[in-house]
Design a protein around this ligand. Structure first.
Ligand code: UDX
Ligand code: UDX
Length: 475
């Protein structure tokens, strides 16, 4: 087998495939990379000459795309041709939680992975290294290998004429920080049984990453490590959020507690920010998947332990909307509330599992008038998860959740104009720098700021005559 990879194909031009391939292309100009996707509209956006139209917002990504696109990075819908000419194929398609059938609500839906394996089996030539980039249940590589080896495109008269090696190479990039996470990763994990293929993949990363950061394991350890890394990260957030409620009840301040415990090297200071609950496409899905695997192997106690991480997350999210209603005198019917932030965290336009979604839905059930502002999330994205707003429906009220309505705001100040309350749901830096003096003149009194991300100066805002609730701050 050639030790040098010349052509890579990545199936899936999403939040993971797009940035990952862009960074590999940037660091390895000798490799031609084709990112393919079923979704032609998404591919068109990746190819758009206006870089502000890229389908994914990631700081620094546009510059890399500008440097590499057309040189050794290409986006296309021609899946067959690009698989056929590649020595290495990354699978980077989505693996959502199953909504029906066996394992519904917990297991990952592997239909796209199955479909990709069949496409690769059909169109690949000679020897191909297949790399699992998507987060997958333990032992998926086995399934992928079986499909590749035993597909009818590869077995004629019991003779195999294509060779495949399957590796697991999970991504650890956090959205909003993807480029930096890819350029300076804490580690790169490669799982596999075939040392030659592992070395070939390692060789690509060695173009810019120190050898000491590359961890090689067997396939199952690699697949499991990805799920466990996300479960541990999510567990820290549920831990700090549970303590935020205790701080509110007892008069402590979660920021002080986080600082005090985080300076202990064994605990560490990262991932101790309280919030409205974790969101994003990975944490919930991966923990559900972990609990499903534990149940499958009869480990009920282990499964119940990890399930609690999700339970606390749901509870934290729900207690925020309940508390807003309570503070606004038990009714928010027809009151105007500004929602600042709709993405699941700052520096991304991704709204998957965003805590803002449920908070908005719960408040609309109570009949309020939401004005939603986010620096990067667009109107259509919000419609896709909470339905159309009354003002856009022209009398057809079918999508309105009870009596509530919502309006898309273009600035913080228009969202807040005349509002009874402001809820900060995402920690965008724009919200850290709000001109509260000017905003205070726009609000209807008595007015409230609910800071679910613990980013505002409560004393200053209170000095302007506004009531403030901040997550994890007791009175
Ligand atoms: C990632 C990971 O790959 C997944 O394992 C993780 O658990 C969630 O995050 P992500 O890149 O965020 O997925 O998903 P998404 O942005 O939805 O992109 C996946 C792309 O794959 C979509 O554009 C979809 O159109 C494409 N796709 C899906 C294909 O091209 N072919 C398929 O057969 C299925
Ligand atoms: C995560 C993992 O960090 C990454 O390694 C993995 O590959 C994919 O899943 P991502 O979901 O993009 O990345 O974002 P992350 O920064 O982990 O945040 C997840 C959620 O936790 C967000 O809603 C965020 O706001 C929340 N969070 C994070 C907190 O509430 N407090 C924190 O201290 C950190």
């Amino acid at each position: 087998m050639k030790l040098e990879v010349k052509n890579i194909c990545c199936i899936g031009a999403g939040y993971v495939g797009g940035p990952t391939m862009a960074v590999i292309a940037d660091k390895c100009p000798h490799i031609q990379i084709n990112v393919v996707d079923l979704n032609e509209q998404r591919i068109a956006l990746w190819n758009s000459s206006d870089l502000s139209k890229l389908p994914i917002y990631e700081p620094g990504l546009d510059e890399i795309i500008e440097r590499c696109r057309g040189r050794n990075l290409h986006f296309s819908s021609d899946i067959e041709k690009n698989i056929a000419k590649s020595d290495m194929v990354f699978i980077s398609v989505n693996t959502p939680t199953k909504t029906k059938g066996v394992g519904a609500g917990k297991a990952s839906d592997l239909k796209w992975i199955d479909a990709c394996a069949r496409q690769i089996a059909k169109f690949a030539n000679g020897k191909t290294i297949v790399v699992e980039k998507s987060t997958l249940p333990v032992k998926t590589a086995q399934t992928v290998k079986k499909i590749l080896d035993e597909s009818e495109d590869n077995t004629k008269g019991n003779k195999k004429f294509k060779q495949f090696s399957v590796l697991s190479n999970p991504e650890f990039l956090a959205e909003g920080n993807a480029v930096d996470d890819l350029v300076n990763p804490d580690r790169v994990l490669i799982g596999g049984n075939d040392s030659e293929s592992i070395n070939i993949l390692e060789n690509i990363y060695l173009s810019w990453i120190d050898k000491s950061k590359i961890i090689k394991t067997n396939l199952w350890s690699s697949e499991l490590s990805k799920l466990v890394a996300n479960a541990f990260l999510a567990q820290r957030i549920s831990s700090i959020n549970s303590i935020s409620a205790l701080c509110e009840a007892t008069g402590a301040d979660i920021n002080d507690v986080a600082l005090a415990i985080g300076t202990d090297k064994r605990i560490g200071k990262y991932f101790l920010n309280p919030g409205p609950g974790f969101g994003g496409s990975c944490f919930k899905k991966d923990i559900l998947n972990l609990t499903y695997i534990c149940d499958y192997y009869g480990l009920k106690e282990v499964s119940a332990y990890w399930q609690k991480v999700i339970d606390i997350n749901n509870w934290q999210n729900k207690r925020i909307s309940e508390m807003v209603v309570e503070k606004l005198f038990g009714t928010i019917t027809s009151k105007k509330i500004a929602i600042l932030g709709f993405s699941f965290k700052s520096n991304t336009n991704d709204i998957r599992e965003s805590p803002a979604i449920n908070i908005c839905k719960e408040l609309m059930i109570e009949g309020c008038d939401l004005h939603i502002y986010d620096p990067k999330v667009n109107f259509e994205q919000i419609v896709s998860v909470i339905g159309e707003s009354k003002s856009d429906l022209n009398k057809d009220n079918s999508h309105i959740i009870n009596e509530g309505t919502w309006t898309f705001a273009k600035t913080v100040y228009s969202a807040a104009d005349g509002a009874d309350a402001i809820i900060i749901t995402t920690e965008w830096s724009e919200f850290i720098n709000i001109d509260w003096k000017m905003l205070s003149s726009l609000l209807r009194r008595p007015s409230w700021v609910f800071d679910t991300r613990s980013i505002v100066d409560t004393e200053y805002i209170e000095s302007l005559g506004i009531n403030v609730w901040r997550v994890g701050l007791g009175n």
